[in-house]
Every structure is written in C-alpha cells, then in structure tokens.
Design a protein around this ligand. Structure first.
Ligand code: IPM
Ligand code: MG
Length: 370
C-alpha cells in the first residue's frame, strides 16, 4: 500500500503527523513517502506542485494530504500560489469525485451553532464534482503585473462549463452512493439562471432512469444553502458542481460543530484517491499544537475504505475516534465547558491508545510516535 504523504502548509504537518501515528498501529503494510506541496514546495523549489511531487502522487495507491495556503503568498501570480497544488493534483490525477460527509457526533451536538435538535444524528454526504465547472473554465488567463495585482484592467472573467461525460460520471457515482445509503439524492443546481446548470439538471435526470430505486429531487443552490441551516436532516446525499459544492460543503461542515472534524476523499476512475481534511491550512494557529487532527485521522479511515479495501481497519479508527470523544477529550475548536482540553498531539495519542485497546495490541504510545 503505497501512500504519498503531502503535509503542505500551516497546520498540515501537525495534523498529518497524528494521522501517521494512527496508521502505524494498524499493522498494515503501508509504504509511505513524503513530498513537499503548496507554499512549502514553492519556497523550496519555486513551484507549488513540483514534478517529483506530482509523480509520487500519481504512482501511489493513495495520497494523504494535509492542507495548503498562507496569506503570505496572496500577492504571487496565480500559477505560483499554494492552492494551485491541490487544483493541479485534482486535475492531473483526474480526481473528479469528492466525498464530503457531514456527520454530527452525538458528543458534539452542543458544539454546533444550530439548535441541538436540528443537528442531532445528522449524517449527510455531499458529493462535489471536482475537476470541471468555473474552477477549470477557459479562458482563465489574464495579464498580471509582477506583484500579482490587476493593473489598468477593465474586466476579469472566468467561464463556467460542464461536458456531458463529466456530469454523467459524477451522477453515476452519486446514484451509487445513494443506493448504498437511504436511496435519496438531491441534485443542486442553478438551472433558473445558468445554462450550465440547466444542462446539469437535464443530464442528472437522464442518468436517473438507470437508478429507478433512488428518489431524486432537484434544488436551486440558494434554497439548498437555506435548507441546510433550516432543516439539514431533510438531506441524505447531495450531488453538485465544483463551485456550489465548495460553498455548501463548508456550510454543511459547520453544522457538525467544527470543520476540524470532517474528512474527505477525492477519487478518480482508477480507484486512486486523495484523502484530506475538509478544512484548510489555518496559518493563524500553525505551530501552536492546538489544531484538531481528527479530520485527518478520519480521512485515513476513508482511505482504508475507498482505496485500500480495508473496511474493518476503517471501522476501528472510527470507533476509536468516537471513544475518545466520549471520554470528553476536546481540541480547542470543539471544546466546551466540562470537557478536557487536548493538544493536537494528545488527541492523536488518545486515538492511538483507543485503537490499541480495540485491536488488543500491546502498543505503547512511545513506540508509535514518529
Ligand atoms: C477546498 C478548498 C479548495 C477549493 C482551495 C484550497 C483551492 O477550498 O478543497 O474546498 O476551493 O476547492
Ligand atoms: Mg473549500
């Protein structure tokens, strides 16, 4: 099981270190290799996605990704910015299907900004198309001055487009995912205004004919944004385009208490996957040891399930995380009165300890610290 480990920027290396500790106690034949990515790679090699990093990712079974981005790179020309690394990996590896579950753990119901009864037991899955839409439209070029600012420009534009095969393949993924859950799928669009999304809606409706056992409904994105905070449990699986999926998945993440809890998987047609927390690099808290590593640890569980065919190990990680939460341990983002404050490392150690107990391994924390 070849895993490319790309910690990236900000809190990336801290949270990935905890995920690696968890992997180390699973007793599986992982072969890991690290490479720089994002702002870190730009500072080392002048390129946020060096060829060697891309090659390592392409040759691996799975990529464990931390996060990229830092405000200090905001003035760089767009092609050199850290975000281009993740966009490049998605594009070059063909990672078109992005799974972003939003699950509200019982113990964290109070951490949500919504009333507990609205989010208790919430378990929804957002499937975001990841390699098309306005993110990868043409033309995207513009003339820029060396400091990255628009100088004397009168307009800027990005084009929104989807091709039929791009919509069909994500629709198939979404119907199949819905089939494995509660057989309900909501396709989110903006067909009342945008041609691209009328097309999206029509193609999803056509694909639906092959999944008569799944109930499909369509919703405009503005209404979906509202429904997500009004009655989130009305949803089960949501499928949408790249841009709307970016926005709605952050919104859905917050329903669960903290974006620090949510993993994600980005898959291609070959079954390769990139696994990363749904949150960003949080440069404001980098190096302080307070970031929540659970989203990254749960991303390892997704990796075991989706790419490595180890559902049992994935279930063990999920059970260990639940135990740790039940014990009252909390990082700052999910802390509430009465719970025990944990650092990034302490949270990782607690998951390792819970896992060791679950699997009957006599593994000591010291042995697993990388
Ligand atoms: C995400 C992020 C990325 C995106 C950025 C970092 C390019 O917000 O994965 O949701 O917009 O897709
Ligand atoms: Mg985002």
């Amino acid at each position: 099981m070849k895993i490319a480990v790309l910690p990236g920027d900000g809190i990336g290396s801290e949270i990935v270190a905890e995920a690696l500790k968890v992997m180390a106690v699973l007793d599986l034949p992982f072969e890991t290799e690290h490479a720089p990515v994002g702002g870190t790679a730009y500072e080392l090699h002048g390129n946020p996605l060096p060829d060697a990093t891309l090659r390592l990712a392409q040759q691996a079974d799975a990529v464990l990704f931390g996060a990229v981005g830092d405000w200090k790179f905001d003035t760089l020309e767009r092609s050199l910015r850290p975000e281009q690394a993740i966009l490049g990996l998605r594009k070059h590896m063909g990672l078109f299907a992005n799974f972003r579950p939003a699950i509200c753990y019982e113990e964290l119901t109070d951490a949500s900004s919504l009333k507990p009864e609205l989010v208790a037991g919430l378990d929804i899955l957002i499937i975001r198309e990841l390699t098309g839409d306005i993110y990868f439209g043409q033309p995207r070029g513009r003339r820029v001055s060396p400091d990255g600012a628009f100088k004397g420009a009168e307009e800027a534009f990005d084009t929104m487009r989807y091709s039929r095969p791009e919509i069909e393949r994500i629709a198939h993924v979404a119907f199949q995912a819905a089939r494995k859950r509660n057989k309900r799928l909501t396709s989110v669009d903006k067909a009342n205004v945008l041609e691209t999304f009328q097309f999206w809606k029509d193609v999803v409706t056509e694909v639906h004919a092959q999944y008569p056992d799944v109930a499909l409904d369509h919703m405009y994105v503005d209404n979906a944004a509202m429904q997500l905070v009004k009655a989130p449990k009305r949803f089960d699986v949501i499928v949408t385009g790249n841009m709307f999926g970016d926005i709605l998945s952050d919104e859905a993440a917050m329903l669960t208490g903290s974006i620090g809890m949510l993993p994600s998987a980005s898959l291609n047609a070959k079954g390769q996957g990139l696994y990363e927390p749904s949150h960003g690099s949080a440069p404001d808290i980098a190096g302080k040891g307070i970031a929540n590593p659970l989203a990254t640890i749960l991303s390892v569980a997704m990796m075991l399930k989706f790419t490595l065919n180890q559902p049992e190990a994935a279930a063990r990680i999920e059970a260990a995380v639940k135990q740790v939460l039940a014990s009252g341990l909390r990082t700052a983002d999910i802390w509430s009165a009465g719970s025990t404050r944990a650092s990034t490392r302490e949270m990782g150690d607690a998951v390792v300890a819970a896992l060791a107990k679950l699997s009957g391994l006599k593994t000591t924390i010291a042995k697993t610290t990388l």
